[in-house]
Design a protein around this ligand. Structure first.
Ligand code: FE2
Length: 199
């Protein structure tokens, strides 16, 4: 209920503050808020599907990875993903909607791309590099999606939900940074091996 009240307050705020580029007040009778709420709900369903798919894709990637650091990073993110799923379910509860998935074509495509890279690359550092690249593309999609969803929540006056989304967003960004670190250290090891070989 508190959320719905916040939304009403926010509608009131929008009515008072929104102006177009010429400074004319934009008519806002709540229609925009309800359309945004619908978009918010659809995006949440999309992410719910994506996170569920990732709980299957991440272990598959970890199984095919060689570097212990990469395996750790993927397993750690799998644990986070399980918590992220619970957060999404909590958000559905807060907006008083049933938690349902909506197929996310983008994540499905990115997961498929990762699978074909793993199939094509020989086990070892090359396959690890391919796994990192696929996982980072997935993270970037999630960062963009959670960022947008958080902005929607702010606009709708859903403060508690925006905070939950921020927690997940931070984890996604940290996971992406960790993957960059793993990639950099793998490149360094590779470079030092090459140096030894050429001595
Ligand atoms: Fe995630």
């Amino acid at each position: 209920m508190a959320i719905l009240k916040n939304m009403d307050n926010n509608k009131e705020k929008n009515r008072n503050e929104q102006k177009d580029t010429k400074g004319n007040a934009i008519k806002n009778d709540g229609m925009q808020s309800s359309q945004l709420m619908k978009l918010f709900e659809d995006s949440l369903k999309d992410l719910y599907w994506a996170e569920k798919a990732l709980t299957k894709a991440l272990p598959e990637m970890a199984k095919k990875a060689t570097s212990a650091e990469l395996v750790d990073a993927l397993n750690h993110h799998l644990t986070e993903t399980e918590v992220q799923l619970e957060r999404i379910e909590e958000i559905f509860e807060l907006i008083e909607k049933k938690a349902v998935t909506k197929k996310c074509d983008a994540i499905e495509g990115l997961i498929k791309e990762g699978q074909s890279i793993m199939k094509e690359c020989e086990e070892g550092s090359m396959r690890d590099a391919g796994i990192i690249s696929a996982a980072q593309k997935i993270e970037h999609y999630e960062i963009a999606s959670y960022g947008t969803l958080k902005t929607f929540a702010h606009t709708l006056g859903l403060k508690q939900i925006a905070e939950l989304l921020e927690e997940t967003l931070k984890e996604e960004k940290a996971a992406d940074e960790k993957l960059t670190e793993v990639a950099m250290s793998a490149i360094n090891i590779q470079a030092s091996e090459n140096e030894v070989e050429s001595d």
